[in-house]
Design a protein around this ligand. Sequence first.
Ligand SMILES: [Zn+2]
Length: 421
Amino acid sequence: MQNQIKEIPDTHLSALVVPRFLNYVRYWTESDHHIEATPSSPGQWDLARALVTELRGLGLSAVDLTDHCYVIARLPPSAGCESRPAVGFLAHLDTAADVSGKDVKAQLVHHYDGEKITLSGGLVLDPVTDTGLAAQKGKAIIHTDGTTLLGADDKAGIAEIMGALEWLLAHPEITHGPVEIIFSPDEETGKGLPEFPLGQIKSLACYTLDGGPVGELEVECFNAWEIKAAFKGRSIHPGYARGIMANAITMAASFAQMLPRSESPEATDGYYGYYNALEIKGTADECSLTLYIRDFEKTGIERRLKALDSFARAVEAQFPGGKVVLESKAQYYNMKEKIDARPEVLAILQKAAANLGIDSYLKPIRGGTDGSRLTELGIPTPNIFTGGRNWHSRIEWAAVSDMVMACRLVIELIRLWGEAS
Ligand SMILES: [Zn+2]
């Protein structure tokens, strides 16, 4: 029997996804990890409210916006499918602070000619070094103008979920169980779903749309810790400092030098973890350094925590009178173990991909998603590709055919969950 979802014309789905995406990226939703409140930036409210209006406009009545900017919408089950398990789809509202997300001017190229694309500021999208881009020759892509990031991370995910919803609402002949849609703030701050309204969520499984090229599925992510190192120096007039002063700036620099370069983000890939110095500020009297450590194994995290402690003691030994205090906290955990305990969640995803002819493959996420945290909270949540590339950068771009396929995959997944018991 033909799979009806596979047969939906690409043009039909791209008309549901691309204009939405081009609209969403215009909202300035950059998050700020310095801000404790959720959401950390006001623009996220603007996009959340626009999505609530749009969801209601599609005819959904159960649409909520929580006090902390989570959009929750419910697609009611088809008649006779009320007792099917509920399934959820998530994407995040914010964009990373690495590069500005203000005044994004997305450039839609209908037929990419396969040549270099020069952006403002002399930046180049080069198909020679970016083989993913070369593969888009003859197809549609969306890139930045070079002054901002694009925000495909994760507005591509939002657009794909919204497109799938609109299609399903127009095709009641495709029966399905209850579906929950969650658009979350502040994913990029690494706080891990702060203020998440878990009590309102009924889904037995969720999927984030927050991944890369078509086919890429993710059930494994880093364990992630944030460490704040406080360096307390001993200050005194520099003219009389000999043998007395402990300079907090020099102490922090000495500590940063001890981080093994072979275990830095720029020196590692695959399953290798790292130390990543993120921010430094202070004076000769007091200085603070924030860093992240990442590893797929808990033992790798423990090893690095111990190493950081010994670096701190070494700095104290080098700078008599100075003190180093480390504060560490977990941000999120590798979700693999808990997803493995519910194998049907990945199996349905892989079946949906296979039904659509997608060559799917599993890849470890060198980062985390809201799904990492949600999995820890008890709802297994694999991650699905969105078609975005080069996230958090001015050379971010997205493949329209991948975006269309992600939208199609959401529809097929919802259909398959409607058959599950
Ligand atoms: Zn993301």
